[in-house]
Design a protein around this ligand. Sequence first.
Ligand code: 3HC
Ligand code: NAI
Length: 702
Amino acid sequence: MLPLIDYRQAPPLALIGLNRAPVNALGHALRQELQVAVRQACADPAIQAVVIHAPALPFSAGADISEFGHSRFTAQPSLPELLIELAASPKPLIAAINTLALGGGLELALACGYRIAAPNARLGLPEISLGLLPGAGGTQRLPRLIGVEPALALMQSGQPISAARALELGLVDCLASRAETLPDEACAYAHALLARQAAPFPDYPHPDPGQTVSASFFADYLHQHQGSWKGREAPRTLLEAVHTACQQPLAAGLAHEQALFMAAIDSPQSQALRHLFFAEREAGKVPGIEASLPLRPIRQVAVIGAGTMGGGIAMNFANRGLPVVLLEQTREALDRGLAQIRNNYEISARRGKLSAAEVEQRMACLTGSLDYADLAEADLVIEAVFESMAVKRQVFTTLDAVCKPGAILASNTSTLDIDAIAACTQRPQDVLGLHFFSPANVMRLLEVVRGQATAPDVLATALKLGKQLGKLPVVSGVCYGFIGNRMLEPYSREAYHLLLEGASAAQIDRVLTEFGFNMGVLSMYDLVGIDVGYLIRTPMRAILSQDPSYCRLADELYALGRYGQKSGRGTYLYAGRERQDDPEVQALAERLATELGITRREISDQEIHERCLFMLINEGLKILDEGIALRAGDIDLVWTCGYGFPDWRGGPLHYAEQIGLAHVLATLQKYRTQLGDYGALWFQPAALLERLVAAGQTHISR
Ligand code: 3HC
Ligand code: NAI
C-alpha cells in the first residue's frame, strides 16, 4: 500500500501519481513511497518507461520545509539520495509537470531524463528566498541542462518562470497543448521515446557547463552583484555551488552542493526567512474565525479621496478588473487624481509592463464621482481622505446614510481610532481599518484593523480580499498607529534624540543600513515627509508633553519648512536625490541640546543600534502583550514587509530571540539607568519581556 502514491500500470508504461495534499511537499513518507514505486516499476519486466505526475495536486512545491531541522529531513532516502537513484534509473522517467514545480519539485523533474509541462505550469527554484540554495542537485544539473547564465539567473531570482519560457531555455522538452491533456500527452511522449529507443537519461547539452561562460565570469558576476546582496549570504553560496558545477564532475559537485545546503539550513538567515514563510501562512488565520465562514461578496468598490493613497488603492482593484467608483470633493481634485492614475499606468506601459489596451481596460474600471449617491451599490467603501477625525466623522456619517445594508466600510487612517470612526455609524459591525502603505498599488503590506465591533465575516472578507489583491494582510487591533506606526514612534524618537546627544544623521542612518535596513530612519522621514511625521505625532502631543525633548528637532525642522526631499532640505540637504549632511542641522541640534540641558558627547555605533532597535523590539512586545497583534510573527511581517527591516533577520521579534531576550532586557535596563530622567521615562522594559526572561523563556509568545 502506498497511500501517497497513485500507482497505475499501462504497459509498457507505469504512471506514478504523487498525491500528498496540499502541494506534494517531498516529505519523508512521500520520498519513501516514491522510491518504492520507482523500484517497483524498474523491476517489472512489463514496464519500459515511467511517467511521474500529480493527478489532482500541483506537481510539487519542493522539499517539505516543516521537516527542516528535524531528523525526518535527512531520513533515508533523503531527497538528494532519492534523486541520484532516479537519475540512474535503467528505464526512462518522464516528469509531467502541471501547475507548479518548485524547489525540490523541479529538482525531481531534473532528475528525470525527460520533462513535459502543461502550458499553465510555473517552474522555479525559490530556495534563495528561504536563505538556501537548491540542495537536491539543482545547482549541478541545471547548468548542465541550460547553461550557467540562465541557470544562475533562475536560481538567484527565486522567481518562477512560465512553461513557455522553460521550453525556450531547454528546461522542459515539450509542452502539452492543454493542461487537461497533460497526462495523455505525457504518455504519448513516453511512447515516442520508447519508439526511438531513447536513452534513459540523455546526455546533457552542456556536460562541461564552464564552457558556456568566459573564464572571468564568476569573478565578474561577484563584482557586479555583491553590492545588491547586502548582508545576505545565500546568493554568494549559490554562486559558489554553480562555480563548482563548472570545476568538478557531477558526483563531486552534488556532494559539495549538499554540504553547502546543510550549512545554509542551520544558518540564522535561513531560520529567519523560514520563520517569515510560516508567519505569512499563519497571518491569514484568525483564532475563532473558521475557514468555512461565509464571506461577503465584493463586486463593486468605492474609494473616497483621490489623493496619494486613494488613487493607489483604487488601482489595486482596477488591476484585477473590479469596478471602482472614485469619489472626491471637487472636480479639480478628481481630475487630478484620475490623471495621476493614468500617468502611473502609462509609465508601466512605457516600461513594457502593460499594453496600451491594458491601460485602457484598467482606466475603464474607474468611474469618477462627486456624488455620494453613486456609492449606493458599493459592497466595499474605502475612505482615504485627510487624516482628520472631524473629516472622517463627516464621511462615515454620510456613508451610513447612503450605503446599502451589509456594505463594508473601511478607513485607511494611519493613526486614528477605528472604534471612534465606527461609532459615527449605526453599523459599527461593518466598519474596519484597511491600512495600505504608500505607494498603495505597490506595497504588499496591508494592516487589517479590527475594531471592537467588527463582525467576523467582515474581517474574514477583508483578509481574503487582501490576498486576492496580492497583498499580505496582517490583523491589528485598535491603538495609536496600529502595529507598524506605533513601533515606528519609539524607533524614530531615539534617532532624533541621538542627534541632540551628539550623533550625526549620517552616522545614525549608516548604523541602520549596515544592520540591513533599506534606508535609515532619518532618510526615510526625509522621503515620506517631515511634515507627515509632524502631523502623525499631533494626536500624541498631550501624552508626550512630559518630555520637552520629544522629537523637538523634527518639530523644529517642520517649523523651518524643511520637509525633506520634497522641499530639497530636511534632516539632510538634497541635490536631486543625492543627500549631504547639513551643518545648519548640526548647529540646530547643538542649540537645542543647550536649551534642553543635554550634554553632547561622542555616541558609539553600538549605542545607536541598541537604542533604536531595542526600543523597537520593546514596543513590539508591548503590542503583543496587549493583544494588538495576534502573534510575534505578525509583528515581524509588518516590519519586514512594510518598513524595510531586513527579512534575513526575520523581523524585530525574531531578531530579539536570536540575540537573546535576557540581553535585550539587560540592555534596556542599562540605558534606563544611564540616561537619567530621559532613560527613566522611556526605557521601561515591556512587562512581557520581563516575564519571559524571568521564566527563562527564549521564544516569544504571549
Ligand atoms: N513545504 C511544506 N509545506 C508547504 C510547502 C513546502 N515546500 N509549500 C507550501 N506548503 C504548505 C503551506 O505551509 C500551507 O500550509 P497550511 O495550509 O498548513 O498553512 C499550504 O502548503 C498551502 O500553501 P500556501 O498557503 O502558501 O498556498 P498558495 O496556494 O498560496 O501557495 C505555493 C502555494 C506557491 C506552493 C507556496 O506555498 C510556496 O511558495 N511554497 C514554498 C515553495 C518553496 O519555497 N519551495 C522550495 C522549498 S526548499 C527546497 O525545495 C529545498 C530543496 O532544494 C532541497
Ligand atoms: P492626500 O492629501 O494626498 O489625499 C486626500 C484626498 O482626500 C484629497 O485629494 C482630498 O481632496 C480628498 N478629500 C478630503 N476630504 C474629502 C471628503 N470629505 N470627501 C472626498 N474627498 C475628500 O492624503 P493621503 O496621503 O492620500 O492620505 C489619505 C489617508 O491615508 C489619511 O488618512 C492618511 O493618514 C492615510 N495614509 C497615508 C499614507 C501616506 O503615506 N500618505 C500611508 C497610509 C495611510
